[in-house]
Design a protein around this ligand. Structure first.
Ligand code: ASP
Ligand code: MG
Length: 407
């Protein structure tokens, strides 16, 4: 027998009918003779609703209690899914994160898995039962419930797949796989057959929301084969594997976009040793996650430093930025939330010159101004006006011929 881990996202278990549909899928997989471990998210928007509820009770929900509250969401779905499976005549048993032995550190709200003691899950599987595990949650060494951060059920699934040495980790969602671009922006975007972990990591880090970034890192580090596929179809989905196992490597795999960042510029800072360190240390100390840092050549000994940071962090970063500008002797700072980032990703870029030029030309031809550029060996990202984002995604998609063949 082989062992598979299946993860079902919130939309796949959003209501009783869908839960029964998932139950039939799970039972179908078990009927093939596979051992099946299932990880589920909270039903629909439950997590958002619980967070909302917390803010209506408390101005500043205590992190431990917020986690206690949020873990209830997944507890509901594991129990309901197990019932539905039992009704189909199969034997299912549900486990909370702590019962499943998912041990994390103590960082409430974004805990990291430090160890898996999946004995009970293993035992259930070996006894021929279907194990249903609550995603997104774990238990700290002090036995407090923790959560892994939004989208954390993906990470639960991959961690279990690694610990149980599963054949594959299937991530079931409401789309058929990973696309060359967001189909809501590019209607003829194509579903990708295979992607490397590195490409998926770049896509996820640059705003593609199919998979939590940390789950992809985990899968890469432990060599867990991933598949992203739809709960509502039989399509094979997108396989995410080691780069060497990608058979026909396309030059470009896809485009991701991100509207969650803002651009900050610290103006007129002296061009002297130590200035960048004095700009970014206070931001790091305030736990602000900065990205896309650019510093230009200086004119008359002064220069501007620009970077992006999450819009959600702006309110909290602004006083820090004001302090920085003063401290380094800059002339001021500007926060601009009206930006968006478009990223082109493909492992083949490494060996094909001209990809950046093609991307910039596509944007130029559309009259779109590029404000910041950053690259990795398999990615080119451009910051543009938020209003230009959709057109930017479409013209770059078009330029690289990523659309599915017309039929
Ligand atoms: N329910 C959690 C969330 O909405 C975890 C997950 O869905 O993966 O973020
Ligand atoms: Mg969810």
């Amino acid at each position: 027998v082989s062992l598979v881990v299946q993860k079902y996202g919130g939309s796949s278990v959003a209501d009783p009918d869908r839960i029964r549909l998932v139950a039939r899928r799970v039972v179908g997989a078990a009927a093939n003779g596979d051992q099946v471990c299932v990880v589920v998210s909270a039903m629909g928007d439950t997590t958002d609703e619980l967070l909302e509820l917390a803010t209506r009770v408390s101005g500043n929900p205590h992190p431990r209690e917020r986690d206690m509250l949020l873990t209830a969401g997944e507890r509901i779905s594991i129990a309901l899914l197990s019932m539905a499976i039992n009704d189909l005549g199969s034997d299912a048993v549900s486990f909370t994160g702590s019962q499943a032995g998912i041990v994390t550190d103590t960082t409430h709200g974004k805990a990291r898995i430090v160890e898996l003691r999946a004995y009970r899950v293993r035992e259930a599987l070996d006894a021929g039962r279907i194990a249903i595990v609550a995603g997104f949650q774990g238990v700290s060494p002090e036995l407090d419930d923790t959560t892994l951060g939004r989208g954390g059920s993906d990470t639960t699934a991959v961690a279990l797949a690694a610990a149980l040495d599963a054949e594959v980790c299937d991530i079931y969602t409401d789309v058929e796989g990973v696309y060359t671009a967001d189909p809501r922006i590019v209607p003829d975007a194509r579903k990708l057959e295979t992607l490397s972990y590195e490409e998926m990591l770049e896509l996820a880090s640059c705003g593609a929301r199919v998979l939590m970034v940390r789950s992809v890192e985990f899968a890469r580090n432990h060599g867990v084969p991933l598949r992203v596929r739809s709960t509502f179809s039989e399509d094979e989905g997108t396989r995410i594997v080691r780069e060497d196992d990608v058979l026909e490597q396309a030059i470009i795999s896809g485009i991701a976009h991100d509207t969650t960042e803002a651009k900050v510029t610290i103006q007129g800072v002296p061009d002297q040793p130590g200035v960048a360190a004095r700009v970014f240390r206070p931001l790091a100390d305030a736990a602000v996650h900065v990205d896309m840092i650019v510093q230009n050549v200086s004119e008359a000994g002064h220069t501007d430093i620009s970077f992006t940071l999450p819009k959600d962090d702006l309110a909290h970063a602004e006083p820090v930025l004001a302090g920085i500008a003063r401290e380094v002797g800059g002339s001021g700072f500007i926060c601009d939330p009206e930006i968006a980032k478009v990223s082109l990703i493909g492992a083949g870029m490494k060996s094909h010159p001209g990809v950046a030029a093609d991307m910039f030309e596509a944007l130029a031809d559309a009259g779109i101004n590029i404000e910041i550029i950053s690259t990795s060996s398999i990615r080119i990202s451009c910051v543009v006006r938020a209003d230009d984002l959709e057109q930017a995604v479409r013209v770059v998609h078009e330029r690289f011929g990523l659309a599915r063949a017309n039929n």
